[in-house]
Design a protein around this ligand. Structure first.
Ligand code: IMP
Length: 440
């Protein structure tokens, strides 16, 4: 019998507001588990006017009864992890005994950031616009079979496999940068300081999750980034280095596909992206600025201004397909309150061709022009900001949401109308409500 584990995944280019939705749903789950990415993510959660920005630790940590897991598919900058733990504990949130990091997760070491900076600089105008956290090079070392996993940090002797591989990796870094500025011993010294503090958090998290499932404790799988940034399915090469889609949940946590009982996709009522790459509905000029300013669209991790545009149903349909999304949470509807006319992109046009799906070829993707369906805005009719009952939404806002459902082909389960936990409508008839109710 299904015990009701739910995956909550970004359905756009990241920053969809997953943090708020995970925080909202966390009380219904015993465990929140993160399967991929690193501290490139920035999950912002507002609790009673207190803002928390989590990067690596799952958003479920804000609920004292929830156990949090960072799985083997994530890459971990240990110093950044400690910083996040310290910041939480300074604000009264203790993580001891309920935060677990996979012994098989790869680590980000200081040279990964150096290598990334050099790689980005060498790309010139074609640079990816990464978060500069060393995420990509750490995953490269993983696939290149020269990376270090959390469990390797315990082995720090001279002449050990760890020391020998570290020496080779630092030499590789020095060659790539054309200098000898990094000494492998300095990196080893730094790593030596990590292990004693890290040890209580280290676990075979796949086993832990299996034990949880065997004792009927439901798990929420928290995605990072979004489908269009997925290394396989996203707008390659303008993507992150991990699988932000559903497959990443299984490989990144060591669980079988049968463990995932439902998939909720998170999407903003419009679209944003940070970094370079195709973005067919991007709005340049005043409209884009309006969305950016009123939506506070500046990166939670890097502070970079996000590129903003209208809702893109083409990439959403694709995201639904590759993830098996059954319901959507639409966030930041209130940001559209200011417009008298709103567009949804229903297909792309390239020359005389109309595309219903995002193309694989990146040059073609970059040439895609949006074909829009126009919706009446609700400016002057009312606002959605802070609305907590669907019946109180302006008629035009409800029509817009109907349009999203129709063009994407999946029902909306949750509507978010503000950053506060309570500024949320969970639809009574949604798969999520039925499913949560059936579990209790
Ligand atoms: P990386 O993950 O730092 O390698 O960056 C690769 C691409 O993914 C860049 O365009 C980043 O801006 C983007 N990216 C990475 N993490 C996030 C995120 O959490 N939200 C939005 N974009 C992200």
């Amino acid at each position: 019998m299904a015990i009701g584990n739910l995956a909550v995944l970004g359905a756009q280019w990241g920053d969809e507001g997953k943090g708020k939705i995970v925080d909202l749903l966390s009380p219904s789950f015993a465990v929140v588990a993160r399967s991929q990415g690193g501290h490139n993510a920035g999950h912002t959660v507002l609790v009673n006017d207190d803002q928390f920005v989590l990067h690596l630790i799952p958003s479920g940590i804000l609920h004292p009864s929830v156990v949090c897991v960072v799985g083997n598919g994530a890459v971990i900058d240990i110093a950044a992890l400690f910083k996040e733990i310290d910041e939480l504990s300074e604000r009264g949130i203790a993580v001891d005994g309920r935060l677990f990091v996979s012994d098989r997760a790869h680590v980000i070491l200081p040279y990964h950031r150096d290598v990334e900076a050099a790689a980005e600089a060498s790309l010139g105008a074609n640079r990816i616009g990464t978060t500069s956290r060393g995420i990509g090079p750490s995953y490269e070392d993983k696939v290149g079979r020269r990376g270090f996993r959390v469990s390797d940090l315990a082995d720090r002797r001279d002449g050990s496999r760890f020391a020998e591989t570290l020496k080779i990796n630092v030499e590789r870094r020095n060659r790539a940068l054309g200098d000898n500025s990094l000494d492998w011993r300095a990196v080893r010294e730094e790593v030596n300081t990590y292990w004693p503090r890290l040890l209580p958090f280290v676990a075979d998290t796949s086993k832990l999750l299996h034990e949880m499932m065997c004792t009927g404790r439901p798990i929420l799988f928290e995605g990072a980034q979004g489908a269009m940034l997925d290394i396989d399915h996203g707008s390659y090469p303008y993507v992150t280095s991990s699988n932000a889609t559903i497959g990443g949940v299984c490989t990144g946590l060591g669980i079988g596909p049968g463990a995932v009982d439902g998939v909720l996709g998170i999407a903003k009522a419009y679209t944003t992206r940070v970094g370079a790459g195709p973005f067919p509905t991007e709005l340049q000029g005043e409209l884009g600025d309006q969305l950016r300013q009123s939506g506070s669209e500046f990166g939670a991790s890097t502070g970079r201004p996000r590129r903003c545009g209208w809702f893109d149903a083409v990439s959403l349909r694709y995201s639904v397909r590759v993830n098996g999304i059954e319901g959507l949470a639409i966030t930041k509807l209130d940001i559209l309150d200011q417009f008298s006319e709103i567009q949804i992109c229903s297909s792309y046009r390239v020359g005389d061709d109309v595309l219903k799906d995002p193309p694989a070829n990146i040059d073609l993707f970059s040439e895609c022009q949006p074909v829009y369906e126009t919706f009446r805005g609700w400016r002057g009719e009312g606002v959605t900001a802070g609305v907590r009952q669907e019946a109180d939404l302006p008629t035009a806002a409800r029509r817009y949401l109907d349009g999203v459902e129709e063009l994407v082909g999946v029902p909306i389960s949750i509507i978010s109308t503000g950053s506060d936990r309570d500024d949320t409508i969970v639809r009574e008839e949604s798969f999520l409500t039925r499913w949560l109710a059936s579990r209790s």
